[in-house]
Write a protein that binds this ligand. Structure first.
Ligand code: GDP
Ligand code: MG
Length: 318
């Protein structure tokens, strides 16, 4: 699925001319359901204009301007979801990404953002404080030292539950998850308790990962699929939208995993609770700035935890 898209035959370039990269035209979808179908059929969501009530001419112009400015197919105004939505962004050393990702999120979706920073040595926490002071839609939780992705998200989930949010999303700070995919993710939660932005369904892929990362991710997912049989194809994905109500029904205190294992465990708990999971295709792009925090220890954690989940996670009766 991550192979190159089939190319249309191009006329041969005149000798001596460098071949010019062909820009794909913009594709218009009337709403998010149509957008999902387009991406499934191979459209890159970076060139997809989702109208969802916007005037088509104005929407195309806004998207062109956004793309020219390197900000993707911007909508005329941020999309609105019918639910109070909180996007949780865990951060550890994301000083070069945080301000831009928060602005990008707010350009595409009308929502609140919670930054959970683990005392990043690079000063990400101070940037988060500045953003929160300037915008009431941004809030920050500071934690002492790097405590892992899992507990950061659990704290974010509790924050959402305590404050009456109806949807809570997971998203990385590093632009691996495209901000223009966020409204499509949230809208898909209309008929699913958990929506996963998935690399491993038709239309999804990863861009820019080396062979080792691709193998690790594919291997982890194959392993989780074979052991858990939960029907989920991208178990380790970190781009998600939960119904807060669904989270309330889970035993969050029992979740101990931190890295990829955390994502695998959460999805499995949702399935075991008898809730509906839906995967929508996304293109996952490797981070441009900063370093990945995932390492061998996190892979080992997943390897050891997955077989235990079947015995540990309760199944809904009836
Ligand atoms: N608060 C917090 N955030 C973390 C921690 N580890 C990773 N993150 C953040 O979680 C997101 C995903 O991590 P990343 O290193 O990009 O993982 P990768 O995409 O799998 O390489 C990024 O926004 C990180 O800054 C942690 O221990 N605590
Ligand atoms: Mg990342």
């Amino acid at each position: 699925m991550s192979g190159p898209a089939p190319r249309k035959p191009q006329p041969a370039a005149p000798i001596g001319d460098a071949p010019r990269p062909q820009r794909e035209p913009l594709v218009v979808a009337t709403d998010f359901a149509a957008a999902e179908a387009r991406v499934r059929d191979g459209t890159d969501s970076a060139r997809l204009v989702v109208l969802q009530g916007q005037d088509e001419v104005a929407a195309l112009a806004a998207a062109e301007r956004g793309i020219a400015a390197g900000r993707g197919p911007l909508p005329v105004r941020p999309h609105r979801a019918p639910w109070r939505t909180l996007v949780v962004i865990p951060t550890y050393n994301e000083k070069d990404n945080l301000e831009a990702i928060v602005a990008a999120i707010h350009a595409y979706l009308d929502c609140d953002v919670l930054v959970v920073d683990d005392g990043s040595p690079d000063g990400t926490g101070a940037i988060a404080d500045r953003l929160a002071a300037a915008d009431p839609r941004v809030q920050v939780l500071h934690r002492q030292g790097k405590q892992g992705l899992g507990t950061a998200y659990i704290q974010g989930f509790r924050f959402a539950m305590e404050r009456g949010y109806e949807r809570v999303c997971e998203m990385d700070a590093d632009f691996s998850h495209a901000p223009w995919d966020l409204p499509r993710l949230v809208h898909a939660s209309r008929d699913a308790d958990l929506v996963i932005g998935s690399r491993y369904v038709r239309g999804g892929n990863t861009v820019g990962w080396d062979f080792r990362r691709r193998l690790l991710s594919r291997g982890a997912n194959l392993y989780a699929r074979c052991v858990l049989w939960s029907g989920i194809r991208d178990n380790t994905a970190g781009f998600r939208c939960f119904h807060t109500e669904t989270l309330r029904g889970l035993d969050l205190a029992a979740v101990s995993a931190q890295g990829y294992a955390f994502q695998i465990e959460m999805a499995f708990r949702v399935v075991r609770a008898g809730r509906r999971v839906r995967e929508i295709p996304i293109h996952f792009v490797d981070r441009r700035v900063g370093k990945s925090k995932m390492d061998g220890r996190i892979a080992r954690e997943a390897l050891l935890l997955v077989p235990r989940l079947r015995g540990r996670v309760p199944k809904r009766r009836g």
